[in-house]
Design a protein around this ligand. Structure first.
Ligand SMILES: [Zn+2]
Length: 306
């Protein structure tokens, strides 16, 4: 069974201004690297559909969805917070970014694809039930996880290795025993959340600036793997941010491509044990274009080899 690669041209039209690090070139960097690394022919390409109001409404309020629709400009930029803006294409891109993860979930659940990578913008894991923030409009991975639960899966896991804590995903699923969230993130760093782990289904591990592959791998082995063993998810979702790379300009962790390949293999192993190999991965951050392309390609290489 192939690995699905789900993207859409609208993701290149969502643009928050000429100096914004969350830029359309990020997706070109990934796509170009997959081609130059010889991986592209091994992927089955799909076009991302727009998520429906029902699918978005499983994790976002009806009022919030209406607000985002009302705030979408017909031209120019409209800022929702100091970091997060919409242009005329952003609403369509955001719907399709969430819809990509829904499609990925269906492809993997039906057995049409073994696993999937969603190359999407805007990212999602900072978006809360009622709030856009941190470059995110809709919480794509949460929409996908909620879709899997709606299809009858009893338990899923969301794995977040973005350098920033996935505050939106956390607030959506805190105390939902069907969803295990496991993450590592740099602390202190935006959005300054995730330290409390007040709910038993949240395993969020802060890492100090300067932490490299060894510290990251120790956190995964010590905290993530036992939690996965206890939870036995039927599907693993990955919030795949690559901004913990040592070359990333927005943060201070020191991961390299091999660390992303390693953690992907760990998740493939867990998915083989508990989840019938089901993995749906979706892009979050990653702002050094070169490091993003190289890291995402190694992540996808492992998904193809799973
Ligand atoms: Zn990030």
């Amino acid at each position: 069974m192939p690995t699905a690669y789900i993207t859409h041209p609208s993701f290149l039209l969502h643009d928050m201004g000429p100096y914004h690090p969350e830029c359309p070139d990020r997706l070109s960097a990934i796509g170009d690297r997959l081609i130059s690394a010889g991986l592209d022919p091994y992927l089955r390409h799909y076009s991302a559909p727009a998520a429906t109001a029902e699918q978005l409404g499983r994790v976002h309020s009806r009022d919030y969805i209406a607000l985002i629709e009302a705030e979408a400009p017909t031209d120019g930029l409209h800022f929702l917070d100091p970091d997060t803006a919409m242009n005329a294409h952003s609403l369509g891109a955001a719907r399709r970014a969430a819809g990509a993860v829904v499609l990925a979930t269906e492809l993997v659940l039906s057995g049409e694809c073994r696993n999937a990578f969603c190359a999407v913008r805007p990212p999602g894991h900072h978006a809360e039930r009622d709030r856009a923030m941190g470059f995110c409009l809709f919480n794509n991975v949460a929409v996908g996880a909620a879709h899997a639960l709606a299809q009858g899966l009893e338990r899923v896991a969301i794995v977040d290795f973005d350098v920033h804590h996935g505050n939106g995903t956390e607030v959506m699923f805190t105390d939902d025993p069907r969803v295990l969230m496991i993450s590592t993130f740099q602390h202190p760093l935006y959005p300054y959340s995730g330290l409390d782990n007040t709910a038993p289904n949240m395993v969020n591990i802060p890492l100090a600036a300067g932490t490299g592959g060894k510290g990251f791998r120790d956190a995964v082995a010590t905290h993530w793997m036992p939690a996965l063993e206890r939870h036995r998810p039927a599907m693993i979702f990955i919030s795949a941010g690559f901004d913990a790379h040592r070359e990333d300009p927005l943060a201070g962790l020191k991961l390299v491509e091999d660390d992303y390949a390693w953690v992907t293999r760990e998740m493939i192993g867990a998915a083989a044990r508990y989840a019938k190999n089901r993995i749906v991965s979706t892009l979050e951050g990653g702002y050094s274009l070169s490091a993003l392309g190289r890291s995402a390609a190694e992540h996808v290489r492992e998904l193809i080899a799973a």
